[in-house]
Design a protein around this ligand. Sequence first.
Ligand SMILES: [Fe+2]
Ligand SMILES: [Fe+2]
Length: 331
Amino acid sequence: MYTQALNAAETQPETRSAEDAAMAARFQARIDAEQRIEPNDAMPEAYRRTLIRQISQHAHSEIVGMLPEGNWITRAPSLRRKAALLAKVQDEGGHGLYLYAAAETLGVAREALVEQLLRGEAKYSSIFNYPTLTWADIGVIGWLVDGAAIMNQIPLCRCSYGPYARAMIRICKEESFHQRQGFEIMLTLCRGSAAQKAMAQDALDRWWWPVLMMFGPPDPESRHGQQSSAWKIKRFSNDELRQKFIDATVPQAQFLGLAIPDPELRFDPAAGHWRTGPIDWAEFEAVLAGHGPCNRERLAARRRAHEEGAWVRDAARAHAEKQRRAKDLAA
Ligand SMILES: [Fe+2]
Ligand SMILES: [Fe+2]
């Protein structure tokens, strides 16, 4: 995963002086011409800040996203499942690292971003604050959470900022493997015993609505949707992406023989879309505000990992210093 259109303090383009306005116009002309913006290019301060916020939230989501699934590595039902899950969780760690590196090209230090996360000031995707209660949750996470991530992230491969767009190309390839391994877990459970099928249905019941919330608030309430679209950071609105995801997923649930937990779900033949009942946005807001089932546990786990990793950072710094001194001596 996992970008999420999270509402935060809006950053408006700064066009206070005529010079700023001229620069903003030149910048917008480059964007309109589909030119990629690279780290050393001139860019409006608000564009830079918007990208730092989005890319760092995305990086944090990848790293926190390792926790719910890491919970099942020691309990995977077979060696094959364990190997696939280990590889997937490692991939998510790698996604976090590419993304912190992409954010650093905008002039912010990775340490500062990590500190923001550990202090509880940075946001990450709401979905990772839900618990993984059974093995079927690992299937649903791959199928739906990584599936939603792909919907969100494929358009980001064409994002106007070069380092972010390039990181997304590799990430999307790996997310596609994650999605398929999750669907295959679901297929196995759904073709298994009645108890296995019931476990798959229970996991879908618990994850369906939180997954729909991953696309962020509805368009009329999305505070920075418009500016991000004008800058070609975002290519589709939250509601457009959510609809694409629903249309792709409902037939997959039918193939599995699972029921989507929504009594109002119906196909709208005129529009050619599946329509869902209302989403409980109060739950989304509560989870974002830190009151989800696992918010405290997730941050505590990250803080503990950071403290336990201090010796690795110290050793890496000491090694780099030693190398630098050896080089100086040789020169
Ligand atoms: Fe990922
Ligand atoms: Fe993933």
